[in-house]
Write a protein that binds this ligand. Structure first.
Ligand code: FAD
Length: 413
């Protein structure tokens, strides 16, 4: 049996190791197109903060890990797939045959179509190469403008602030982390970040970036207010890496469409990680969910099925935990809700809680400033626990979520 995995991030690595465990005799090739050992992008902020060195970003720490496990690492860019003859083709023209193929090619950061976005010193923060370039420029006192304050933008913001730069964040949405936080919560995070010395502009687009001697001149909005910067970081969202699949027959929405077993529309081709649009936990509809635990879980499920087993995804559930300059926020599940919910806002103490229900089941939650027991919120959502009388109690006092978790779970047991 010949397994090929395209993409050596968390989804690909977990899949390769799972396959090896299940099929000791199989041939396994793991392909990546970066000149690095398999690494975790989510470790890049810790690298920028100086908490770890590059080796600390590597997914497996011993240099012979993959050889010892009989996993053949290949560096190269796959340019297309011929699913009729079951071959992949590299940009070099070389071809390889597969019996089972896993696509785990992840996603790439977007660069909005702004004049000047391709200037030197305008960087995305996605690869180890990006991190090296950013570390060289983001020195204490450097002026840095960051485009975008989404989930990954906020993580990068934290790393940049720790380097002592003068940071300005520009977000087109009406609040920080707009795709993870309610309006009140996003505004609260903004106020917190500003209190720590970071300038934040929301409802504002960057209209152009111009070279101004050694510096960059960043134009804001139609009015053209300008900021001087030594470095611009672009954190404008991500898109799945699917372009090379044209003509392969693999069904694609925004990402690769998969069923709960991570099977694509083409026999013997599977997909896992950021590149997929997997059935959502609540709706069952195709949903992007670009976070690492999701990638690892999907890689494991795909591999079990590639080895002839039978594993199914529970459903893709959004689970986000964010530390923004010391303020912890979370959002779980269908946090936007369907209209039946409760919100507690404590502006003075930077505490916030929103619970969203469907009938008497918790389907989503957002929190700020809660560090104890927030896992109970996720637990209630994931287990689809019927809250019964606890729902009314939570509507009256949402802080009782831990008591509800224990009470409802005991009733169910
Ligand atoms: C700065 C930053 C911080 C983050 N923080 C968090 C966090 O706190 N929590 C969290 O859950 N997630 C976080 N993420 C997101 C997380 O890194 C991704 O969800 C995760 O990496 C997805 O894993 P993956 O294996 O699907 O894809 P990737 O890790 O992107 O790996 C895909 C691999 O495929 C390779 N590839 C792509 N196309 C081809 C091709 N045609 N041929 C050959 N190889 C190819 C790529 O080069 C890459 O090596 C963060 C990401 C970044 C950038």
């Amino acid at each position: 049996m010949k397994h090929i995995i395209i993409g050596n991030g968390p989804a690909g690595v977990v899949a390769a190791e799972t396959l090896r465990r299940l099929q000791p005799q199989a041939e396994i090739a793991l392909i990546g197109d970066e000149a690095e050992p398999p690494y975790a992008r989510m470790a890049i902020p810790y690298l920028l903060q100086g908490d770890i060195d590059e080796h600390g970003t590597h997914l497996r720490k011993t240099h012979d890990h993959f050889t010892t496990h009989g996993i053949h690492l290949i560096q190269g860019r796959v340019s297309c797939i011929d699913s009729v003859v079951k071959q992949i083709q590299f940009a070099s023209g070389e071809r390889l045959h597969y019996d089972k193929l896993l696509i785990a090619t992840g996603s790439h950061p977007l660069r909005p179509a702004i004049p000047g976005i391709d200037l030197a010193n305008v960087h995305t923060c996605w690869t180890l190469d990006d991190a090296r370039a950013i570390a060289a420029k983001a020195q204490p006192g450097s002026r840095v403008v960051q485009l975008g304050a989404g989930f990954i933008g906020c993580i990068i913001l934290e790393a940049l602030a720790s380097r002592g730069v003068k940071l300005t964040v520009v977000e087109m949405g009406d609040r920080m982390v707009p795709r993870m936080m309610t309006a009140k919560a996003g505004a609260m995070i903004k106020r917190w970040v500003e209190s720590k010395g970071v300038a934040v502009h929301v409802n504002t687009a960057i209209s152009a970036i111009e070279q101004d001697g050694d510096a960059l001149c960043v134009k804001l909005g139609a009015g053209g207010t300008a900021l001087q910067a030594d470095l611009v970081i672009c954190a404008a969202g991500v898109r799945p890496n699917v372009d090379f699949l044209a003509g392969s027959g693999v069904e694609i929405g925004q990402g690769i469409r998969v069923d709960r077993g991570m099977r694509t529309s083409v026999p013997d081709i599977y997909a896992a990680g950021d590149v997929t649009e997997a059935p959502g936990f609540h709706s069952g509809l195709p949903q992007l969910n670009a976070i690492q635990p999701n990638a690892a879980d999907q890689g494991r499920i795909a591999a079990i099925n590639m080895a002839g087993g039978n594993a199914e995804l529970q459903g893709s559930l959004a689970i986000n935990v964010l530390d923004t300059l010391g303020l912890i926020s979370t959002s779980f599940g269908h946090w936007q809700g369907k209209g039946d919910g409760v919100e507690l806002v404590d502006e003075a103490n930077f505490r916030y809680l929103s619970l969203q229900f469907e009938d008497d089941v918790l389907i989503g939650a957002t929190s700020i400033g809660w560090t104890d027991h927030v896992g109970a919120l996720r637990g209630l959502i994931q287990t689809r626990t019927r809250l019964g009388a606890w729902k009314a109690r939570l509507m009256a006092d949402p802080t009782q979520f831990m008591a509800a978790y224990l009470g409802a779970a005991q009733k169910a047991a």
